[in-house]
Design a protein around this ligand. Structure first.
Ligand SMILES: [Zn+2]
Length: 345
């Protein structure tokens, strides 16, 4: 039946496809469109000539023309879009901005407080210390009373406390030392533990103070624990944490829950002991408070064996992180500024 048609639709379609594939710009594409789809174009001519075809062949001819027309129209629209996109890219006006950075998946990193905490845990675990935690909401007994700091004790002024009730029974712990009491009540001696956590005081939020900060607390209790053990453990800890070249200094101090008590400093890691702004020109940075556990603390925790001795220590983790990473404003730890946090990989 095909042979009887006065035109070869397949050949026309093949030629149109061949031509459009070689078109490189919109001007030639428009010429192509006019050639096939224009008012006097090939399809218009074919359609108007349909009446000259034998009656019985007309539906087949009409269907063939329409099918090819549909295919070529689709081809034309695709070609037009591809030419427009290519032109926009060449002019730098692409719908896709190729200069934009790609979507990279962001890799999380640890907060500097977490990094320092993990380092401290690593050092003490290496010395056989267990890691313990305690509640952030404490009772007055665990935070003060059991630590040899009764209500009328002048040392209470050292901590400006967030009380949670009018009776001053519940409070946000001002230090991690209450964990000492809880551990002494729960575990059997000898023991050695550290506790890391958040602590709270009514401090202004400025470059060197924050109402929330982090402490590490340590406790070693047994039958022949003396001040030499305290010195050995804490000197080892500080040299592991800040490098073996730092010097460690012990000075007498006062805490109600230790006797004798010491404040422990390292030679300034910023000026190497020569004196700078960070160390207040003293050449020393105070890191730890420590001492031999006061017998009253053992008694309050329910331990009545008079031969028991032990030492305890505490340090501010925020301060250690500030010294280690040369951070001059404690607020940076809490502001969630990604530019700051991304630096700690
Ligand atoms: Zn210094």
């Amino acid at each position: 039946m095909n042979e009887k048609l006065p035109f070869d639709m397949d050949a026309i379609a093949k030629q149109a496809v061949d031509e459009i594939e070689h078109i490189k710009d919109e001007e030639d594409l428009e010429k192509w469109r006019i050639k096939y789809f224009g008012r006097k174009g090939i399809f218009a001519t074919l359609t108007s000539n349909l009446s000259e075809i034998e009656q019985c062949l007309r539906p087949v001819a009409g269907m063939k023309i329409n099918n090819v027309k549909k295919q070529l129209t689709t081809l034309y629209e695709e070609k037009k879009q591809s030419l427009i996109s290519r032109m926009q890219v060449e002019k730098g006006k692409s719908v896709f901005n190729l200069t934009l950075p790609g979507l990279s998946s962001e890799c999380a990193n640890l907060h500097p407080i977490t990094l320092v905490s993990r380092e401290i845990v690593r050092i003490f675990q290496g010395l056989g210390f267990g890691v313990h935690t305690g509640p952030e909401i404490e009772t007055e007994f665990y935070n003060f009373e059991a630590l040899n700091t009764p209500a009328d004790h002048p040392a209470r002024d050292m901590w400006d406390t967030f009380y949670l009730d009018g009776q001053k029974k519940f409070l946000l712990r001002t230090h991690t030392s209450p964990v000492q009491i809880r551990v002494l009540q729960r575990l059997t001696v000898p023991l050695r533990i550290i506790a890391i956590g958040k602590t709270f005081r009514r401090d202004a939020f400025d470059a060197s103070h924050s109402p929330v900060f982090h402490q590490v607390e340590g406790l070693m209790v047994g039958y022949d624990i003396n001040f030499s053990n305290l010195k050995a453990v804490l000197t080892f800890f500080l040299k592991e944490l800040f490098g073996s070249s730092v010097n460690v200094r012990f000075l007498p101090s006062y805490f109600p829950f230790t006797e004798p008590s010491a404040e422990i400093s390292i030679s300034c890691v910023i000026c190497n002991g020569k004196g700078c702004q960070t160390c207040g020109n003293t050449g020393w940075l105070e890191i730890l408070g420590a001492g031999m556990v006061h017998p009253e603390v053992f008694r309050k925790a329910g331990l009545r064996d008079e031969n028991l001795t032990g030492f305890a220590f505490g340090a501010g983790i925020d301060r250690i992180a500030m010294i280690k990473y040369r951070i001059d404003d404690i607020r940076l730890f809490f502001l969630n500024d990604m530019r700051f946090l991304r630096q700690f990989r």
